[in-house]
Write a protein that binds this ligand. Structure first.
Ligand code: CUA
Length: 312
């Protein structure tokens, strides 16, 4: 508690402590009263029951006190919650996209990542987009959580107040691999963040890296499009076939109702990205992947193929 990881930690934890505190007082008080009544007013000690016909004083006391207590809880809750809806004008904007079952973060200079990088002590505002079903973005250490609803742009903001890595995950059950929608927020010192921000946007540097590492661009595409949520890199069977050793492998696929054997080549990969249900590898379920036709160009697919060739 009170870790100070974000600007909302203290208010949220205080509201929580107040509610827990009041609940504890009642739990102990009510239990003690019950035990006392059992002891004092059982038939042996109190053979003749007393008939009580109302008490205005008591009625007023047990109406007014709980009302005050509920208002106290409301006060702490509201004073912590209201600022979450007042996004500062100078906040750094990041577009957060959720899809089954991965995250994408897009910055104003065009950088795309699957991990949220932010500078310390700076307000960050997220536009929350879902491209398929309802997801929910949750950063426990920051005490922030907001639903991501298709067709609607919800917002969230916070200030990371301590450098470090914090968990970020989906907290709305969104299908088979919901639990894989898990990534990190990296809170960096301003200078380190600026360096990262500039380096990622530097097309010359990116081109150099791409030239030095075959599949560099494809790897980025595979990460930012969330392919690895369903296709492992280590041979494990997830929702879809593993990428390990995929290129050039022989696969038995179902084309409609016909079973045939194909070699995984450029054409097959492209078709699988654009029309995932056309040839489904035997042992896997149809309808698990959406078409990436609108999201990946032919050039992108070529880069991904180059990358797949490197995963042996
Ligand atoms: Cu997305 Cu659960």
């Amino acid at each position: 508690m009170y870790s100070g990881a974000s600007n909302f930690v203290t208010t949220t934890d205080t509201a929580f402590a107040v509610i827990i505190g009041i609940s504890m007082i009642f739990l102990v008080g009510i239990t003690a009263t019950m035990l006392w009544f059992v002891f004092r007013y059982n038939k042996k000690r109190n053979p003749v029951a007393t008939q009580i016909h109302g008490s205005n004083t008591l009625e007023i006391v047990w109406t007014v006190i709980p009302t005050i207590l509920v208002l106290v809880m409301f006060f702490y809750g509201w004073s912590g919650y209201a600022p979450m809806n007042r996004i500062p004008d100078d906040a750094m904007k990041v577009r957060a996209t959720a899809r089954m079952w991965s995250w994408l973060f897009e910055y104003e200079n065009g950088i795309k990542t699957d991990t949220l990088y932010i500078p310390v002590d700076k307000a960050v505002a997220l536009d929350l987009i879902s491209v398929d079903v309802i997801h929910s973005l949750y950063i426990p250490a920051f005490r922030v959580k907001e639903d991501m609803v298709p067709g609607k742009t919800n917002k969230m903001w916070f200030i990371g107040q301590k450098t470090g890595d914090y968990e970020l995950f989906c907290t709305e059950y969104c299908g088979l691999s919901h639990s894989y929608m898990f990534t990190e927020v990296k809170v960096l010192p301003q200078a380190e963040f600026d360096a990262w921000y500039a380096r990622m946007a530097d097309t010359t540097l990116q081109a150099q890296a791409a030239a030095a590492n075959p599949g560099f661009k494809g790897k980025q595409l595979v990460q930012t499009n969330g392919c690895v949520a369903c296709h492992s890199l280590d041979g494990n069977k997830l929702i879809g076939p593993t990428f390990k050793g995929l290129y050039g492998a022989e696969h038995t696929v179902m084309t409609g109702n016909d079973e045939r054997t194909i070699t995984v080549d450029d054409e097959y990969i492209k078709r699988s990205i654009y029309e995932p249900d056309a040839d489904v590898t035997k042992g896997y379920t149809k309808g698990m992947m959406i078409s990436y036709k609108t999201q990946l160009t032919d050039a992108d697919v070529a880069e991904i193929i180059e990358y797949l060739k490197t995963i042996k």
